[in-house]
Ligand binder design. Structure first.
Ligand code: NAD
Length: 488
C-alpha cells in the first residue's frame, strides 16, 4: 500500500539529517537507517545514523550553547516555549499524522498526544519565570543564608517509541525553562516526530546548539560515550527498566544526576462497591490507549469475584466491537503494534495465561499481515502464576484476576517490582483513601483510567523510576540547589 500524497508530502518536509549546532547534516560515517510504517511494513524514510563522533559533536554544541542559554532572560526562554506551544497547536494535524504513520497509533489518540505533549511547552513556559530561591537567617543570628536554584547544565535525553512527541516535550520543555541545553536521542523506531519537533523549535527562534538531535541505531555505543564525558551534567531516560539499570550503572561513574521513567505493571482494582460502568470505561482507556503500549497501561485487572462476570461481559462487548486498522485512517481504534516482536509477545502471554488456566473471552489471535496486528483480547480467570502478572504486556490484551477480600486485592496489586501507577474503582470514600496509602505506586487514578497531566508530577516508585516529570516538581529535575552563607 503506497503512502497517500499528503503523507508523502509531510514526510518529505521532515529532515533526514542530524540536527547539530543549528545545521542538518549527514552522519560522519554516511550511514543511514530505515524507518517503517508498522501498519504496512513499508519503509517510509531513511535517516542519518549518528556515529559516536556525531554524538560527541552534538554534546560539544550543547556545551558551547550552555552559558548563553542559561544567561538568556527567563521571560525570553518562556516566550520561545510559548511560541512553540502555539505553533504546535497550529500544526496539530501534521504532528498527529506523522506520529500515527511512524508509530501506528490511532489518529484520534495522536491528536490527544499533541495536546498532552504540547501542554508541557505551555506549562513550562509559565514555570520558567517562577523559579525562585529563599533567604534565611542562620540560627546563630550571625549571617544570612541564600538558597538559589541554578541550571544543572547540558543534558542527554533518551526517549522511547511509544509516545514520540510527549516523551520529548516532557523533558525538553522543563530543561529549556530551567536554562539547560540538550542532546536528544529518540528511539530508532520513531525518530521522525522528534526531528520534526526540533525543526519547529528552530522556527520559533531557539538559538543554534540549544537542542541537538542524534538518532542512531547504535544506542549503547552512543550512551556509553556521552555518559563517560564529564561535560555532561544530567541524564533523563524514559524506557524499560533493564535498560534504565544499565544506564544508571554507566551514569554512576561520573555521579551524574539522573531521572528515570521506567516500566510499569499497573494494577487496576475494581471493588464490589464500584460504579461498574465507570470502571468498564476506565479499563477501556487504561488498557487500550496506544494499543496497550503505555507504561501506564492497566496490566492486571483485579476484580472482585461478585462483579467479575458482569465486568468481563461488558468489557468483552466493547472490545469485540473495536475497529482495527492502520492508525492513520480516521475512526480506527486499534492500530498496528510497533513491530513483529510485540505481536509475538502478546501471543506468548495469552498462550501462557491459557496454559495456566485462564479462558479467552474474546480475541487472542495474531492477525495476518502485512503489518503488526494482534486481536484486541479479553482473558478471564488469570492465575497468579501467569506471566502477565509479572511482565509488561505492551499489547491489546486485558487480563482479569479475581479476588475476594480487600487485603487480597492489595496483596495482588503490590506483588510486583514495579510501582508507576495504580487504578482503583470504588464508591466508598474511606476505602479510596486506604488505597492511596496502601498501594505502592507513584501515581493513582481513583475512579479514572487516565492520570497523565502536564501540571502533575509524573513518575514511579520501586523499579519504575527516579524523579518526576511535569508539575512544579518537573523543573527542579533540571536545577541544582546552591546555598550561600553571607556573614553579617
Ligand atoms: P527501551 O528501554 O528498549 O528503549 C528506550 C530507549 O532507550 C530507546 O531510545 C532505545 O533506543 C534506547 N536504548 C535501548 N538500549 C539502550 C542502551 N543500551 N543504551 C542507551 N540507550 C538504549 O524501551 P522501549 O521499548 O523503547 O519503550 C518501552 C518501555 O518504556 C516500557 O518498559 C515502558 O513501560 C517504558 N516507558 C516508560 C514511561 C514512563 O514515563 N515511565 C513512558 C513510556 C515508556
Amino acid at each position: 500500500m503506497a503512502l497517500k500524497q499528503n503523507e508523502q508530502d509531510l514526510l518529505d518536509r521532515v529532515q533526514s539529517g542530524l540536527g547539530i549546532a543549528g545545521t542538518w547534516q549527514p552522519s560522519s560515517s554516511n550511514a543511514t537507517f530505515d524507518v517503517k510504517d508498522p501498519a504496512t511494513g513499508e519503509v517510509i524514510k531513511s535517516i542519518a545514523d549518528a556515529s559516536v563522533e556525531d554524538a560527541v559533536r552534538a554534546l560539544d554544541a550543547a556545551v558551547a550553547a550552555q552559558d548563553a542559554w542559561a544567561a538568556t532572560p527567563t521571560r525570553e526562554r518562556s516566550n520561545i516555549l510559548r511560541r512553540a506551544f502555539d505553533l504546535l497547536m497550529e500544526r496539530k494535524e501534521e504532528f498527529a499524522l506523522l506520529m500515527s504513520i511512524e508509530m501506528g497509533k490511532p489518529i484520534s489518540e495522536a491528536r490527544g498526544e499533541v495536546n498532552y505533549g504540547g501542554e508541557f511547552l505551555r506549562w513550562f513556559s509559565e514555570e520558567a519565570v517562577r523559579v525562585h530561591g529563599d533567604y534565611r537567617q542562620n540560627p546563630e543570628g550571625t549571617g544570612t543564608m541564600m538558597v538559589s536554584h541554578l541550571p544543572v547544565g547540558p543534558c542527554y535525553f533518551i526517549t522511547p517509541w511509544n509516545f514520540p512527541l510527549a516523551m520529548a516535550t516532557r523533558k525538553i520543555a522543563p530543561a529549556l525553562a530551567a536554562g539547560c541545553t540538550v542532546v536528544i536521542k529518540p528511539a530508532a523506531l520513531t525518530p521522525l516526530t522528534t526531528i520534526f519537533f526540533v525543526q519547529l523549535l528552530e522556527e520559533v527562534g531557539l538559538p543554534a546548539g540549544v537542542v541537538n538531535v542524534v538518532p542512531t541505531s547504535k544506542a549503547s555505543a552512543q550512551s556509553s560515550a556521552l555518559l563517560s564525558d564529564t561535560r555532561l551534567r544530567k541524564l533523563s531516560f524514559t524506557g524499560s527498566t533493564p535498560v534504565g539499570v544499565k544506564l544508571l550503572e554507566a551514569a554512576a561513574q561520573n555521579v551524574l544526576r539522573t531521572s528515570m521513567e521506567l516500566g510499569g505493571n499497573a494494577p487496576f482494582v475494581v471493588f464490589e462497591d464500584a460504579d461498574l460502568d465507570k470502571a468498564v470505561e476506565g479499563a477501556m482507556l487504561a488498557k487500550f490507549r496506544n494499543i496497550g503500549q503505555a507504561c501506564t497501561a492497566a496490566n492486571r485487572i483485579i476484580v472482585h469475584e461478585s462483579v467479575a462476570d458482569e465486568f468481563a461481559k461488558k468489557v468483552a462487548e466493547k472490545v469485540a466491537a473495536f475497529k482495527i486498522g492502520r492508525g492513520a485512517e480516521e475512526d480506527v481504534q486499534i492500530g498496528a503494534l510497533i513491530d513483529d516482536k510485540a505481536v509475538a509477545n502478546s501471543a506468548r502471554l495469552v498462550a501462557d495465561a491459557v496454559e495456566n488456566g485462564a479462558t479467552v473471552v474474546t480475541g487472542g489471535e495474531i492477525i495476518d499481515g502485512p503489518g503488526n496486528f494482534f486481536q484486541p483480547t479479553v482473558i478471564d480467570k488469570l492465575s497468579p502464576q501467569a506471566a502477565i502478572m509479572r511482565e509488561e504486556i505492551f499489547g491489546p490484551v486485558l487480563g482479569i484476576i479475581r479476588f475476594s477480600t480487600e487485603d487480597e486485592a492489595v496483596e495482588i496489586a503490590n506483588n510486583t517490582e514495579y510501582g508507576l501507577v495504580s487504578y482503583v474503582f470504588t464508591e466508598n470514600i474511606a476505602r479510596g483513601h486506604r488505597m492511596i496509602e496502601k498501594l505502592e505506586s507513584g501515581m493513582m487514578g481513583l475512579n479514572t483510567g487516565i492520570v497523565s497531566n502536564a501540571a502533575a508530577p509524573f513518575g514511579g516508585v520501586k523499579q519504575s523510576g527516579l524523579g518526576r516529570e511535569g508539575g512544579a516538581e518537573g523543573i527542579h529535575e533540571f536545577l541544582s540547589t546552591k546555598y550561600t552563607l553571607i556573614p553579617r
